[in-house]
Design a protein around this ligand. Structure first.
Ligand SMILES: Nc1nc2c([nH]c(=O)n2[C@H]2C[C@H](O)[C@@H](COP(=O)(O)OP(=O)(O)OP(=O)(O)O)O2)c(=O)[nH]1
Length: 151
């Protein structure tokens, strides 16, 4: 048996202080993941720090430089379980240079409105991502709450 595969993902948001929109990416490969939405990112290389790996992956895949914010807390230090062999840690990130383009591994990018929970969860995500997306939406929900409509 080999060890755990450490994956890192970026929750790239419009504004770290008050996220209202997040950039999501649709995979173009491998075949069993093609067409599914994910957090852009990838595997940490041997000897690499996870945060360094995430900055590298976002530059390679999307052509952007980012500033990382906080990590989306997971129950395990290795992050969110993806399958029996891999876990993913997810950090919020904000673009500091460039405009995201689907340069590698993706055929579409989309900014989704974080206030529209149903639309975000309604995308066909990689199945393991649903609990992560759900926790992320919970974590940004409070400051985004609209004032209750008076009737
Ligand atoms: N990037 C990313 N990978 C995810 C997510 N959810 C999920 O199950 N995965 C899985 C898919 C892959 O099996 C694995 C990440 O592999 P990857 O193909 O993105 O990694 P990489 O860019 O380093 O690619 P490679 O060098 O192995 O070709 O984690 C997610 O939200 N983002």
């Amino acid at each position: 048996m080999t060890g755990l595969i450490q994956v890192v993902g970026g929750a790239v948001v419009d504004n770290l202080a008050q996220p209202a929109a997040m950039l999501v990416a649709r995979r173009s490969a491998p075949e069993h993941l093609a067409g599914l939405w994910e957090f852009p990112g990838g595997k940490v290389e041997p000897g690499e720090e996870p945060e360094t790996a995430l900055v590298r992956e976002l530059a390679e895949e999307l052509g952007i430089d980012v500033r990382l914010g906080s990590e989306l807390p997971a129950e395990e230090p290795q992050g969110w379980p993806l399958n029996g062999r891999a876990s993913m840690r997810v950090w919020f990130a904000e673009v500091t240079r460039g405009e995201a383009m689907p340069l590698e591994d993706h055929d579409e990018l989309r900014w989704v409105d974080l206030r529209n929970r149903q639309a975000v969860l309604g995308l066909p995500w990689i199945p393991a991502d649903y609990p992560i997306v759900s926790a992320l939406l919970d974590s940004v929900a409070v400051p985004l709450q609209e004032p209750l409509a008076k009737d």
